[in-house]
Design a protein around this ligand. Structure first.
Ligand code: HSE
Length: 404
């Protein structure tokens, strides 16, 4: 019998409680040991919940209870979540989390601490919700040198972009709809400005390349600058705008990681990833390209990954699983400025001015374009080269085009 405590009874925490209770018998059969929920820690009470009798408000009860073997941290953020995680690991309890902010900011030290105490720190649910991606990257693709990861890592922004593309909604209207549907938070900044996707690409890149890559090392641009004009120009050349998190291993051994809107060919698998779905493509030197696709957020999909980690922690109680990576450092990454790609440029300029500045361009058209606005696709070059060529031109939008 393994006893579990959940920290934070929000969307994911309550999903974890539900899955453990609903699938208890099935989990017991697979594990040859039953998993039982003993405590739920939250500041609030939940008198109408079927789990009301498990709710406590003092973490030290969990910390000091030797029966609790696994702590599920679904509080989020890097404040109380970090403190309780440190205390749980030091108390010899395995910790399972869906908290990408904590793993992206402090994963290395938490994994080290887990090793010192011979317990597991597992975080499958922190990227891609219910999509299995952490274990496949660490284990199933272990024989490869991974050279690139590229993904749609945030469901809220993918929903907003899908509604702009399919229904012609403005960014503000699509965001409002996402909030009404419960996808976007009341404060949507972390999703819309790309911070959530940044944390997730940090975790994937750290795992794939073996050194901690911190959010400060990943230039991040969200989707608040994407307009319906850009959507229309992208459509005119058979492309869709997607927010991508990318991490590329250069020949110099340095990682270039970044988050930014891209134009993606309508034929590319990532273009077909719509609404709140996520997808992650991984390039390995033996496997070639592989893609992971599924529900990247939501109560039960995310709980599914959390509970699988709980089962793993229990089944490996004497030989914990270390899903770890090495320490970070400035030398691990370089800014993505030298990554070459074709570009989409929208500017207050004539097509002639853009052509003479940038060279051979494909001029795009859209209905209702105002006088003096031109959009083009420019050939592959670095951002630095492009910006130099465009100096003196009133650029409105600059997005990379993902090469096929
Ligand atoms: N806010 C996140 C998203 C939730 O929209 O993808 C899952 O991490």
């Amino acid at each position: 019998m393994a006893k579990v405590a959940i920290l934070g009874f929000g969307v994911v925490g309550s999903g974890v409680a539900e899955v453990i209770r609903r699938n208890g018998e099935h989990i017991g059969q697979k594990l040859h040991a039953s998993v039982e929920l003993k405590y739920i820690l939250d500041r609030r009470d939940f008198p109408d919940s079927p789990f009301a009798d498990l709710v406590i408000h003092d973490f030290s009860v969990i910390e000091n209870d030797p029966e609790v073997e696994v702590v599920v941290e679904t509080i989020g953020g890097a404040g109380a979540a970090k403190e309780f995680t440190l205390r749980a690991l030091k108390a010899g309890k395995s910790v399972v989390t869906s908290n990408k902010e904590l793993v992206a900011k402090h994963g290395y030290e938490l994994m080290k601490l887990a090793q010192e105490h011979n317990v597991s720190y597992l975080y499958e649910a922190s990227v891609g919700g219910g999509i299995p991606i952490i274990r496949p990257l660490k284990q199933c693709l272990a024989a490869n040198e991974i050279t690139e990861i590229c993904g749609i890592l945030n469901g809220t922004t993918n929903y907003i972009l899908t509604r702009m593309i399919r229904a012609g909604l403005s960014f503000d209207a699509a965001l409002k709809e996402a909030q009404q549907n419960g996808y976007a938070e009341a404060d949507p900044t972390a999703d819309v400005e790309g911070h959530d996707a940044c944390r997730k690409i940090c975790i994937l890149a750290s795992l794939a390349f073996g050194r901690h890559i911190y959010p400060e090392q990943v230039p991040t641009e969200g989707i608040s600058g994407v307009s319906l004009a850009d959507v229309a120009y992208a459509d005119s050349c058979g492309r869709k705008i997607k927010l991508l998190g990318r991490a590329i291993l250069g020949a110099d051994g340095k990682v270039r990681a970044f988050v930014a809107p891209h134009l993606v060919s309508g034929e590319a698998p990532l273009a077909g990833v719509e609404d709140v779905f996520n997808a992650i493509t991984v390039k390995g030197n033996a496997i070639g390209d592989v893609m992971f696709y599924g529900r990247g957020a939501g109560k039960l999909p995310t709980a599914s990954a959390v509970v699988a980690d709980v089962m793993d922690a229990v089944s490996r109680r004497d030989r914990p699983k270390f899903m770890d990576w090495g320490p970070g450092g400035k030398e691990v990454t370089l800014p993505p400025e030298d990554v070459k790609s074709p570009w989409y440029v929208r500017a207050k300029a004539t097509a002639e001015a853009l052509r003479s500045a940038v060279g051979e361009v494909t001029v795009l058209a859209r209905a209702g374009a105002p006088e003096g606005e031109t959009a083009v696709l420019a050939p592959a070059m670095t951002r630095g080269e492009l910006e130099e060529k465009l100096s003196g031109i009133g650029v409105q939008t600059l997005f990379r085009v993902l090469e096929d």
